[in-house]
Design a protein around this ligand. Structure first.
Ligand code: GLA
Length: 377
């Protein structure tokens, strides 16, 4: 149990007390205590949310989100492909829904994501003849994209993930179309553009496996270079798609310290904890797709106590680390809210039953929730 004075509460957040609250209107209930309150003054607490929750309009679930979190990330709807599928077509409805929701309940918004090699239409890298587009042509498309998207939500979105997953331990700069066509300066160009449109917005570089020393060192060097040059970058995002047994805490800690040495705050942007066995190494590489195997999906009927205890301890240890470094960390965002909605049920193998988050499939707080908040069950 995390032992901090502020966590000692004599009221317990039980499943019964949650269900008693559900019938009330959301707005009058967001004052009830949630994760965001337990870590007030330490860091923001966020979740990525999908558009499905607005379509389902499950009031209880929406209430849960508004009570627990003070910042939300659009899981998909502001990525290039969904929001800007063809050159002159923009689809803002879903993004607007999220912004309205967040504003209504005084939550901040983490925009996600302006420039990434994935979930981007491949046509943007081609000219009208189907040939690879010129550097000037792609730069223009990037300008138009960032100006329009950041411009639309100017003053409403407080922080953007500007560039995602563009450094690899093997190659330094990831071999993407962005790199091939624009050269490494595509990254700084994106930061400058976003800053020109909304100078008050905090701009973040985000990547996975940031505990990898090679990726970490490359990012640190790059950020230091950017800071010297005056490139507007304001935070480093460690995604935090972790496993129950890796990486070890000391590796995560080394990266927090290394990133903080640049003078920028660290954001944990996509935290979750995969509990299932795996045979593909540790990866968050989005293109990985493994064929279904029953042996790799053993907890279809529920999580054994032993694994649940491990998960609880893992979350407890990781939040101890976050608290130890709260002077360096601005935000902890989970990639999802409850186990039923997690991408980890389908990545990198479809049809898994995974348990990576703090709320279960019935949307009740799990043991890990009680461990990190210090609440009594
Ligand atoms: C990466 C991206 C996220 C999301 C997750 C998995 O981490 O940054 O937008 O796609 O993969 O869903």
């Amino acid at each position: 149990m995390i032992n901090r004075r502020k966590f000692i509460r004599n009221t317990a957040l039980t499943a019964t007390s949650i269900s008693l609250l559900k019938s009330n209107a959301i707005a009058s209930l967001v004052g009830e205590k949630g994760l965001k309150d337990f870590f007030k003054g330490d860091f923001l607490i966020g979740a990525a949310i999908g558009d499905g929750i607005f379509k389902e309009n499950d009031k209880e679930y929406l209430y849960l989100i508004a009570r627990e979190f003070n910042v939300v990330t659009p899981e998909n709807v502001m990525k290039w492909e969904p929001v800007h599928p063809t050159e002159n077509e923009w689809k803002f409805e879903a993004g607007d829904r999220l912004v309205d929701f967040a504003q209504k309940y005084a939550m901040k918004i983490q925009g996600h994501v302006l420039v990434w090699h994935s979930q981007v239409p491949k046509e943007i890298f081609m000219d009208e003849n189907g040939k690879q587009i010129s550097k000037a042509g792609l730069t223009k498309r990037m300008e138009n994209h960032i100006q329009t998207l950041v411009g639309r939500y100017k003053g409403k979105i407080q922080s953007w993930d500007v560039v995602n997953e563009s450094i690899t331990p093997e190659d330094g700069y990831r071999k993407s179309k962005w790199l091939e066509i624009m050269g490494p300066e595509f990254m700084e160009r994106a930061f400058y553009l976003a800053h020109e449109v909304d100078p008050d917005c905090k701009l973040i570089y985000n990547d996975y496996d940031m505990d990898d020393p090679k990726r970490r060192d490359f990012v640190v060097e790059l950020v230091n270079k950017y800071k010297k040059k005056g490139v507007p970058i304001h935070g480093i995002g460690m995604q935090g798609h972790y496993n129950i047994d890796s990486p070890v805490i000391s590796k995560i800690e080394a990266s927090i310290e290394a990133f903080a040495s640049t003078g920028l705050p660290v954001h944990f942007t996509e935290l979750d904890m995969d509990v299932l066995p795996y045979n593909w190494g540790r990866t968050a590489e989005i293109s990985t797709n493994i064929e279904y195997k029953k042996t790799l999906n053993p907890y279809v009927d529920g999580l054994p106590k032993e694994i649940n205890d491990k998960l609880t301890k893992r979350y407890e240890d990781i939040f101890k680390l976050f608290l130890k470094h709260r002077d360096k960390i601005d935000r902890i965002t989970f990639w999802g809210v409850s186990d039923d909605h997690s991408w980890k049920n389908n990545f990198p193998m479809r049809g898994r039953t995974n348990y990576p988050l703090l709320f279960d499939r019935q949307h009740k707080p799990k043991d890990a929730y009680f461990a990190v908040t210090g609440l009594k069950k």
